[in-house]
Design a protein around this ligand. Sequence first.
Ligand code: NAD
Length: 425
Amino acid sequence: MPAASIASTMDETTPLENMLAQMERAQEYAQVDPGIFERLKYPERTLKVTLPVRMDDGSVEVFTGYRCQFDSARGPYKGGIRYHPSVTMEEVTALAGWMTWKTALVDLPYGGAKGGVICEVKEMSTDELRRMTRRYTEGIRRMIGPHMDVPAPDMNTNPEVMAWIMDTYSMYEGYSIPQVVTGKPLSLGGTPGRVEATGRGVAMITRKVFDYLEEDLHEATIAIQGFGNVGNWAARLLVEMGANVVAVSDVTGARYDPDGLDLGSLLAFSEGGGTMEGYPDAEFISNEALLELDVDVLIPAAVADVITTDNVDDVRASVIVEAANGPTTTSADDALIERDVPVVPDILANAGGVIVSYLEWVQNTQEYSWTLSQVNADLERRLTGSFDEVVDAYHRHETPDLRTAAYTIALRRVATAHELRGLFP
Ligand SMILES: NC(=O)c1ccc[n+]([C@@H]2O[C@H](COP(=O)([O-])OP(=O)(O)OC[C@H]3O[C@@H](n4cnc5c(N)ncnc54)[C@H](O)[C@@H]3O)[C@@H](O)[C@H]2O)c1
């Protein structure tokens, strides 16, 4: 059983229940129209697709996939596609809801969506993954489109997978439509800066929260759960900013060195296909132990529901920056509020990815391209501006935490769009 599922069964709430509780808590401050608030608790639609795929040995395996479109009041649906054994319709719905609040919080002209396929990519060849991706794209192609719903990468999907989706969609339409997905390879209309955007945003937000707390990021100790796209870029950029990354993990476990890890060697090892379990240096500890390290910053950057009532009392970090979606359950949040531990919520901390996805889509739509420094400057402007808005709302509304402040802003923006558009018909 994957660790993610173990964590969720031990805790009392699911990601969807956590999201609804986060909305309820913010409604006290957002005070949006009760009818609109009721509407915002449910997705507009979710498609379940059955995907028969020819495997390399000639057999046929049948996969299940989903695409949930949560809300489109502010613009086309936007959200990643995840390949993971723990994908469920309920999890995809929560992730689509979080995308809705995230795009609203950072003020992008988008709604929210999410997709997922239940599969174990480590056990599949590239050809099998490509055939599954094409079949999934065929399954959801009536829902997606450059002005309708624009997918992007998430866990275990990458620019190559986006290229297959773009190709399959374009084949059906009869001409090339790069802007149907973001996170594409550079030579297919991808933007410089997209691959590292989420990790860069996490690093920028960590620096920003340190400035806000009037603490020095230089030499601050940092533990990061998950050393995939988001975790490894956040680690590199935080080290560039002078911080001390002392622990990182993947699904096999964590490596810990209180004096700071040799990140270059870890990156080379993992890029060569190595796992934390097989890495020869630094102390090997469990993912659970990483979450409980006495560090300045804890960055969960893997799966949902890892900070729960079971371990929250043992979490000793002074600040938590949520790079993963939904890493903290509602009751764990209550304990962190009680202890005054600042948590930068996922819908703000990991919004760098969707911001640069938006910049990619804008470039594709305008058939024009930007430089890396233009992209990074725009990312920083939007993300740090959103952080300031959240801090302002936190003080102005006297919300219990930054998450409630972020949701208050997001709920009001989405509700205003619904109010202005009116109830159909
Ligand atoms: N990629 C993006 O642009 C993006 C944007 C916003 C949010 N996120 C979120 O960030 C998180 C990580 O995404 P990613 O793109 O880096 O994925 P990834 O697949 O590149 O990396 C995931 C990492 O988590 C580890 N992992 C998987 N299951 C684990 C478990 N049960 N316990 C501990 N570690 C585990 C993997 O070994 C890997 O190191 C996800 O929650 C995702 O939704 C990603």
